[in-house]
Design a protein around this ligand. Structure first.
Ligand code: LLH
Ligand code: MG
Length: 385
Protein backbone atom coordinates (compact mmCIF):
# COMPACT_ATOMS: atom_id res chain seq x y z
CA UNK A 1 0.00 0.00 0.00
CA UNK A 2 1.23 3.50 -0.86
CA UNK A 3 1.06 5.95 2.05
CA UNK A 4 0.50 8.92 -0.27
CA UNK A 5 -2.81 8.33 -2.03
CA UNK A 6 -4.53 11.38 -3.48
CA UNK A 7 -8.26 11.97 -3.71
CA UNK A 8 -9.09 12.60 -7.36
CA UNK A 9 -12.91 12.70 -7.45
CA UNK A 10 -16.11 12.62 -5.41
CA UNK A 11 -19.12 11.07 -7.06
CA UNK A 12 -22.75 10.78 -5.94
CA UNK A 13 -24.83 8.12 -7.70
CA UNK A 14 -28.58 8.29 -7.10
CA UNK A 15 -30.53 5.11 -7.74
CA UNK A 16 -33.99 3.60 -7.36
CA UNK A 17 -34.42 0.76 -4.93
CA UNK A 18 -37.26 -0.94 -3.05
CA UNK A 19 -38.21 -0.42 0.58
CA UNK A 20 -40.97 -1.73 2.85
CA UNK A 21 -40.81 1.23 5.22
CA UNK A 22 -42.54 4.58 5.21
CA UNK A 23 -42.26 7.61 7.50
CA UNK A 24 -45.26 9.11 9.26
CA UNK A 25 -45.76 12.87 9.58
CA UNK A 26 -43.42 12.98 12.63
CA UNK A 27 -40.67 11.04 10.85
CA UNK A 28 -41.10 7.64 12.53
CA UNK A 29 -40.77 4.54 10.35
CA UNK A 30 -43.64 2.08 9.91
CA UNK A 31 -44.07 -0.94 7.59
CA UNK A 32 -45.77 -0.58 4.19
CA UNK A 33 -46.20 -2.51 0.96
CA UNK A 34 -43.02 -2.56 -1.17
CA UNK A 35 -42.47 0.86 -2.72
CA UNK A 36 -39.80 2.60 -4.75
CA UNK A 37 -37.37 4.95 -3.04
CA UNK A 38 -34.26 6.83 -4.11
CA UNK A 39 -30.95 6.26 -2.32
CA UNK A 40 -27.43 7.52 -2.95
CA UNK A 41 -23.96 6.03 -3.13
CA UNK A 42 -21.20 8.48 -2.22
CA UNK A 43 -17.84 7.46 -3.71
CA UNK A 44 -14.43 8.97 -2.94
CA UNK A 45 -11.97 8.04 -5.68
CA UNK A 46 -8.16 8.04 -5.56
CA UNK A 47 -5.23 7.97 -7.95
CA UNK A 48 -4.44 4.42 -6.78
CA UNK A 49 -7.77 3.07 -8.02
CA UNK A 50 -9.05 2.48 -4.46
CA UNK A 51 -12.51 3.94 -3.86
CA UNK A 52 -14.24 4.58 -0.53
CA UNK A 53 -18.02 4.22 -0.56
CA UNK A 54 -21.00 4.77 1.68
CA UNK A 55 -24.73 4.30 1.12
CA UNK A 56 -26.87 7.20 2.31
CA UNK A 57 -30.05 9.18 1.71
CA UNK A 58 -29.76 11.59 -1.24
CA UNK A 59 -30.51 14.83 0.66
CA UNK A 60 -27.29 15.12 2.74
CA UNK A 61 -25.13 14.49 -0.36
CA UNK A 62 -26.97 16.73 -2.81
CA UNK A 63 -24.89 18.30 -5.55
CA UNK A 64 -24.78 21.86 -4.21
CA UNK A 65 -23.42 20.74 -0.82
CA UNK A 66 -20.78 18.45 -2.30
CA UNK A 67 -19.71 21.17 -4.77
CA UNK A 68 -19.60 24.03 -2.26
CA UNK A 69 -18.12 22.39 0.83
CA UNK A 70 -16.83 18.85 0.31
CA UNK A 71 -14.92 18.81 -2.98
CA UNK A 72 -12.88 21.91 -2.01
CA UNK A 73 -11.80 20.19 1.23
CA UNK A 74 -11.10 16.73 -0.15
CA UNK A 75 -9.80 16.98 -3.71
CA UNK A 76 -6.03 16.61 -3.96
CA UNK A 77 -5.73 15.52 -0.33
CA UNK A 78 -4.44 12.32 1.23
CA UNK A 79 -7.55 10.28 2.24
CA UNK A 80 -5.66 8.76 5.19
CA UNK A 81 -5.66 12.20 6.88
CA UNK A 82 -9.17 11.61 8.18
CA UNK A 83 -8.78 13.72 11.32
CA UNK A 84 -7.46 16.75 9.43
CA UNK A 85 -10.13 16.46 6.75
CA UNK A 86 -12.90 15.98 9.33
CA UNK A 87 -11.79 19.08 11.23
CA UNK A 88 -11.71 21.10 8.01
CA UNK A 89 -15.28 20.00 7.20
CA UNK A 90 -16.47 20.64 10.77
CA UNK A 91 -15.03 24.17 10.79
CA UNK A 92 -16.80 24.92 7.54
CA UNK A 93 -20.15 24.07 9.11
CA UNK A 94 -20.26 27.39 10.95
CA UNK A 95 -19.17 29.33 7.88
CA UNK A 96 -21.85 27.58 5.84
CA UNK A 97 -24.55 28.96 8.17
CA UNK A 98 -25.31 25.31 9.08
CA UNK A 99 -26.07 24.36 5.45
CA UNK A 100 -23.37 21.75 5.92
CA UNK A 101 -24.87 19.31 8.41
CA UNK A 102 -23.40 16.66 10.70
CA UNK A 103 -25.14 14.11 8.45
CA UNK A 104 -23.20 15.26 5.39
CA UNK A 105 -19.79 15.30 7.02
CA UNK A 106 -20.66 12.01 8.73
CA UNK A 107 -21.25 10.23 5.42
CA UNK A 108 -18.07 11.68 3.91
CA UNK A 109 -16.14 10.54 6.98
CA UNK A 110 -17.55 7.01 6.66
CA UNK A 111 -16.50 6.90 2.98
CA UNK A 112 -12.96 7.90 4.03
CA UNK A 113 -12.87 5.12 6.62
CA UNK A 114 -14.12 2.65 3.99
CA UNK A 115 -11.35 3.86 1.69
CA UNK A 116 -8.69 3.43 4.37
CA UNK A 117 -9.92 -0.10 5.07
CA UNK A 118 -9.91 -1.04 1.40
CA UNK A 119 -6.45 0.49 0.87
CA UNK A 120 -4.98 -1.43 3.82
CA UNK A 121 -6.98 -4.63 3.30
CA UNK A 122 -8.51 -4.31 6.78
CA UNK A 123 -12.11 -4.15 7.96
CA UNK A 124 -12.76 -0.75 9.56
CA UNK A 125 -13.57 -2.20 13.00
CA UNK A 126 -10.05 -3.65 13.05
CA UNK A 127 -8.51 -0.39 11.77
CA UNK A 128 -10.24 1.49 14.62
CA UNK A 129 -8.84 -0.82 17.25
CA UNK A 130 -10.27 -4.31 16.97
CA UNK A 131 -11.86 -4.37 20.42
CA UNK A 132 -14.12 -7.37 19.67
CA UNK A 133 -15.12 -9.51 16.73
CA UNK A 134 -18.74 -10.07 17.77
CA UNK A 135 -21.38 -8.27 19.77
CA UNK A 136 -24.78 -9.20 21.21
CA UNK A 137 -27.63 -7.43 19.45
CA UNK A 138 -30.78 -6.01 20.92
CA UNK A 139 -33.98 -6.09 18.91
CA UNK A 140 -35.11 -2.48 18.57
CA UNK A 141 -38.79 -2.26 17.70
CA UNK A 142 -40.40 0.32 15.47
CA UNK A 143 -42.60 2.88 17.19
CA UNK A 144 -46.14 1.80 18.06
CA UNK A 145 -48.88 2.04 15.45
CA UNK A 146 -52.54 1.21 14.86
CA UNK A 147 -51.90 -1.61 12.37
CA UNK A 148 -53.82 -4.87 12.99
CA UNK A 149 -51.32 -7.53 14.05
CA UNK A 150 -48.64 -4.86 14.24
CA UNK A 151 -47.61 -2.89 17.33
CA UNK A 152 -51.05 -1.54 18.18
CA UNK A 153 -51.59 -2.94 21.69
CA UNK A 154 -49.53 -3.95 24.74
CA UNK A 155 -50.31 -7.59 23.88
CA UNK A 156 -48.91 -7.04 20.36
CA UNK A 157 -45.63 -5.95 21.98
CA UNK A 158 -45.71 -9.00 24.26
CA UNK A 159 -46.25 -11.42 21.36
CA UNK A 160 -43.59 -9.73 19.25
CA UNK A 161 -41.10 -9.88 22.13
CA UNK A 162 -41.65 -13.64 22.39
CA UNK A 163 -41.02 -13.97 18.64
CA UNK A 164 -37.78 -11.99 18.98
CA UNK A 165 -36.58 -14.14 21.88
CA UNK A 166 -37.34 -17.24 19.76
CA UNK A 167 -35.04 -15.77 17.05
CA UNK A 168 -32.19 -15.51 19.56
CA UNK A 169 -32.42 -11.96 20.90
CA UNK A 170 -31.35 -11.68 24.54
CA UNK A 171 -32.33 -8.00 24.76
CA UNK A 172 -35.19 -5.94 23.36
CA UNK A 173 -35.83 -2.18 23.22
CA UNK A 174 -39.36 -0.90 22.83
CA UNK A 175 -40.19 2.25 20.91
CA UNK A 176 -43.75 2.89 22.01
CA UNK A 177 -46.54 5.09 20.60
CA UNK A 178 -45.73 8.57 19.48
CA UNK A 179 -47.86 11.17 17.68
CA UNK A 180 -49.42 11.11 15.10
CA UNK A 181 -50.66 7.66 16.22
CA UNK A 182 -54.18 8.24 17.64
CA UNK A 183 -54.17 8.39 21.46
CA UNK A 184 -50.39 8.84 21.66
CA UNK A 185 -48.48 9.62 23.70
CA UNK A 186 -49.77 7.92 26.82
CA UNK A 187 -47.75 7.07 29.92
CA UNK A 188 -50.43 4.53 30.85
CA UNK A 189 -50.16 2.73 27.47
CA UNK A 190 -46.36 2.82 27.54
CA UNK A 191 -46.33 1.23 30.98
CA UNK A 192 -48.84 -1.39 29.88
CA UNK A 193 -46.62 -2.30 26.90
CA UNK A 194 -43.49 -2.46 29.06
CA UNK A 195 -45.26 -4.66 31.59
CA UNK A 196 -46.71 -6.92 28.88
CA UNK A 197 -43.23 -7.43 27.40
CA UNK A 198 -41.70 -8.22 30.80
CA UNK A 199 -44.47 -10.76 31.46
CA UNK A 200 -44.00 -12.27 27.99
CA UNK A 201 -40.21 -12.63 28.20
CA UNK A 202 -39.76 -13.52 31.87
CA UNK A 203 -36.99 -12.06 34.01
CA UNK A 204 -33.89 -13.02 32.00
CA UNK A 205 -34.27 -10.85 28.88
CA UNK A 206 -32.78 -7.36 29.10
CA UNK A 207 -35.44 -4.75 28.29
CA UNK A 208 -35.11 -1.07 27.45
CA UNK A 209 -37.58 1.72 26.68
CA UNK A 210 -37.30 4.57 24.17
CA UNK A 211 -40.55 6.49 24.75
CA UNK A 212 -42.25 9.48 23.16
CA UNK A 213 -39.54 12.13 22.92
CA UNK A 214 -41.86 14.93 24.09
CA UNK A 215 -43.07 14.05 27.60
CA UNK A 216 -43.00 16.65 30.38
CA UNK A 217 -40.69 16.16 33.37
CA UNK A 218 -43.46 14.77 35.59
CA UNK A 219 -44.75 12.40 32.89
CA UNK A 220 -41.20 11.18 32.25
CA UNK A 221 -40.67 10.61 35.99
CA UNK A 222 -43.90 8.60 36.37
CA UNK A 223 -42.99 6.43 33.39
CA UNK A 224 -39.40 5.97 34.61
CA UNK A 225 -40.58 4.82 38.05
CA UNK A 226 -43.01 2.42 36.35
CA UNK A 227 -40.35 0.70 34.26
CA UNK A 228 -37.97 0.56 37.22
CA UNK A 229 -40.59 -1.62 38.89
CA UNK A 230 -40.53 -4.13 35.99
CA UNK A 231 -36.73 -4.24 35.89
CA UNK A 232 -35.83 -2.34 32.74
CA UNK A 233 -32.15 -1.85 31.91
CA UNK A 234 -32.23 1.72 30.61
CA UNK A 235 -34.59 4.62 29.88
CA UNK A 236 -34.10 6.58 26.66
CA UNK A 237 -35.19 9.96 25.28
CA UNK A 238 -38.55 10.52 26.99
CA UNK A 239 -38.11 14.31 26.67
CA UNK A 240 -36.71 16.96 24.31
CA UNK A 241 -32.93 16.55 24.57
CA UNK A 242 -32.21 20.27 24.17
CA UNK A 243 -33.41 20.56 27.78
CA UNK A 244 -30.33 19.07 29.44
CA UNK A 245 -31.43 20.28 32.88
CA UNK A 246 -34.65 18.22 32.51
CA UNK A 247 -32.51 15.12 32.04
CA UNK A 248 -30.40 15.97 35.06
CA UNK A 249 -33.61 16.46 37.09
CA UNK A 250 -34.84 13.05 35.88
CA UNK A 251 -31.58 11.14 36.34
CA UNK A 252 -31.22 12.53 39.88
CA UNK A 253 -34.53 10.96 40.89
CA UNK A 254 -34.47 7.60 39.14
CA UNK A 255 -32.52 4.46 39.94
CA UNK A 256 -32.87 3.13 36.37
CA UNK A 257 -30.03 4.43 34.18
CA UNK A 258 -31.07 7.35 31.97
CA UNK A 259 -29.31 7.23 28.59
CA UNK A 260 -28.58 10.08 26.16
CA UNK A 261 -28.23 12.17 24.18
CA UNK A 262 -29.18 10.63 20.86
CA UNK A 263 -30.73 13.34 18.71
CA UNK A 264 -29.21 16.42 20.36
CA UNK A 265 -26.86 18.29 18.00
CA UNK A 266 -23.34 19.25 19.03
CA UNK A 267 -21.30 16.10 18.35
CA UNK A 268 -18.87 15.00 21.09
CA UNK A 269 -19.05 18.46 22.69
CA UNK A 270 -22.68 17.90 23.71
CA UNK A 271 -21.85 14.41 25.01
CA UNK A 272 -19.10 15.94 27.17
CA UNK A 273 -21.60 18.43 28.64
CA UNK A 274 -24.07 15.66 29.47
CA UNK A 275 -21.35 13.58 31.10
CA UNK A 276 -19.99 16.51 33.10
CA UNK A 277 -23.40 17.72 34.28
CA UNK A 278 -24.81 14.32 35.26
CA UNK A 279 -27.69 14.56 32.77
CA UNK A 280 -27.34 10.86 31.95
CA UNK A 281 -26.01 7.67 33.51
CA UNK A 282 -25.11 6.10 30.15
CA UNK A 283 -23.91 8.20 27.19
CA UNK A 284 -25.13 7.74 23.63
CA UNK A 285 -23.48 8.33 20.29
CA UNK A 286 -23.95 7.16 16.70
CA UNK A 287 -22.00 7.70 13.52
CA UNK A 288 -25.02 9.29 11.82
CA UNK A 289 -25.78 11.52 14.83
CA UNK A 290 -22.43 13.13 15.67
CA UNK A 291 -20.81 13.60 12.25
CA UNK A 292 -19.19 10.28 11.45
CA UNK A 293 -16.95 7.58 12.83
CA UNK A 294 -14.14 10.04 13.67
CA UNK A 295 -16.16 12.08 16.25
CA UNK A 296 -18.06 8.98 17.44
CA UNK A 297 -14.70 7.49 18.51
CA UNK A 298 -14.06 10.69 20.50
CA UNK A 299 -17.42 10.15 22.27
CA UNK A 300 -16.40 6.61 23.18
CA UNK A 301 -13.02 7.71 24.52
CA UNK A 302 -14.72 10.52 26.45
CA UNK A 303 -17.11 8.04 28.08
CA UNK A 304 -14.29 5.61 28.86
CA UNK A 305 -12.29 8.44 30.45
CA UNK A 306 -15.20 9.25 32.78
CA UNK A 307 -15.87 5.53 33.41
CA UNK A 308 -19.36 6.00 31.95
CA UNK A 309 -20.95 3.35 29.77
CA UNK A 310 -21.79 4.40 26.22
CA UNK A 311 -24.28 2.86 23.79
CA UNK A 312 -24.34 3.32 20.03
CA UNK A 313 -27.52 4.51 18.33
CA UNK A 314 -28.69 2.70 15.25
CA UNK A 315 -27.48 -0.07 13.01
CA UNK A 316 -25.59 -0.15 9.76
CA UNK A 317 -22.02 -0.66 8.67
CA UNK A 318 -20.54 2.45 10.32
CA UNK A 319 -22.07 1.71 13.71
CA UNK A 320 -20.99 -1.94 13.55
CA UNK A 321 -17.43 -0.79 12.89
CA UNK A 322 -17.66 1.53 15.92
CA UNK A 323 -18.94 -1.11 18.37
CA UNK A 324 -16.41 -3.65 17.09
CA UNK A 325 -13.51 -1.24 16.89
CA UNK A 326 -13.93 0.49 20.26
CA UNK A 327 -15.90 -2.05 22.31
CA UNK A 328 -18.54 0.63 22.92
CA UNK A 329 -21.86 -0.64 24.13
CA UNK A 330 -23.22 -3.72 25.79
CA UNK A 331 -25.21 -4.21 22.59
CA UNK A 332 -25.57 -3.43 18.90
CA UNK A 333 -28.95 -1.87 18.04
CA UNK A 334 -30.57 -4.12 15.41
CA UNK A 335 -33.66 -2.68 13.81
CA UNK A 336 -36.01 -1.12 13.56
CA UNK A 337 -38.07 -4.34 13.81
CA UNK A 338 -41.78 -4.95 13.26
CA UNK A 339 -43.97 -8.08 13.13
CA UNK A 340 -44.84 -7.35 9.46
CA UNK A 341 -41.19 -6.97 8.34
CA UNK A 342 -38.29 -9.37 7.85
CA UNK A 343 -35.13 -7.52 8.89
CA UNK A 344 -33.05 -10.18 7.12
CA UNK A 345 -34.62 -9.55 3.71
CA UNK A 346 -31.83 -8.25 1.46
CA UNK A 347 -32.75 -5.08 -0.49
CA UNK A 348 -31.93 -5.22 -4.22
CA UNK A 349 -29.01 -2.75 -3.97
CA UNK A 350 -27.14 -5.13 -1.63
CA UNK A 351 -25.75 -8.63 -2.11
CA UNK A 352 -25.99 -9.39 1.61
CA UNK A 353 -26.93 -7.52 4.78
CA UNK A 354 -24.13 -6.28 7.00
CA UNK A 355 -25.61 -7.41 10.33
CA UNK A 356 -26.74 -11.06 10.20
CA UNK A 357 -27.41 -12.40 13.70
CA UNK A 358 -26.84 -15.96 14.87
CA UNK A 359 -29.25 -18.05 16.96
CA UNK A 360 -27.53 -16.95 20.19
CA UNK A 361 -28.23 -13.28 19.47
CA UNK A 362 -24.73 -12.24 18.33
CA UNK A 363 -23.70 -10.21 15.29
CA UNK A 364 -20.23 -11.04 13.96
CA UNK A 365 -17.99 -8.27 12.61
CA UNK A 366 -17.59 -8.25 8.82
CA UNK A 367 -14.33 -9.63 7.44
CA UNK A 368 -14.21 -7.75 4.12
CA UNK A 369 -11.86 -4.75 3.87
CA UNK A 370 -13.54 -1.41 4.56
CA UNK A 371 -16.97 -1.00 6.10
CA UNK A 372 -17.96 -4.45 4.87
CA UNK A 373 -21.08 -3.37 2.98
CA UNK A 374 -21.78 -5.87 0.13
CA UNK A 375 -22.98 -3.37 -2.47
CA UNK A 376 -24.65 -4.62 -5.66
CA UNK A 377 -22.94 -2.27 -8.11
CA UNK A 378 -24.63 -3.82 -11.14
CA UNK A 379 -28.07 -3.12 -9.68
CA UNK A 380 -27.11 0.45 -8.86
CA UNK A 381 -25.72 1.01 -12.38
CA UNK A 382 -28.95 -0.33 -13.90
CA UNK A 383 -31.20 1.79 -11.70
CA UNK A 384 -29.56 5.20 -11.76
CA UNK A 385 -31.86 8.17 -11.48
O1 LLH B 1 -38.47 8.10 17.08
C1 LLH B 1 -38.11 7.15 16.39
O2 LLH B 1 -38.60 6.86 15.28
C2 LLH B 1 -37.05 6.25 16.94
O3 LLH B 1 -36.78 6.64 18.23
C3 LLH B 1 -35.80 6.26 16.11
O4 LLH B 1 -35.27 7.55 16.05
C4 LLH B 1 -34.75 5.26 16.51
O5 LLH B 1 -33.69 5.33 15.58
C5 LLH B 1 -34.14 5.38 17.88
O6 LLH B 1 -34.31 6.29 18.61
N1 LLH B 1 -33.39 4.35 18.21
O7 LLH B 1 -32.82 4.29 19.42
MG1 MG C 1 -33.39 6.13 20.54
Amino acid sequence: MRPDLTITALRVTRFRTVTRKIKDSDGHDHPCDPREMVMALLSVETDAGVTGEVLCPPAPVRDELIAAYIRPVLLGQNPFDRERLWQAMARWQRGSAQQLSDKTIGYVDQALWDLAGKATGLPVWRLIGGARDRVPAYGSTMCGDDIPGGLATPDDYGRFAQALVAKGYTAIKLHTWMPPVPGAPSVRMDLAACTAVREATGPDVALMLDANHWYSRTEALTLGRGIEAVDYLWYEEPMEEASMSSYRWLADQLAIPVIGPESAPGKHFTRAEWAASGACDILRTGVNDVGGITPAIKCVHLAQSFNIEIEVHGGGAGNIALVGGTGAGRYYERGLLHPHLDHDEVPPHLIANVDPMDATGYVTMPTAPGLGEAINHDYIADNQV
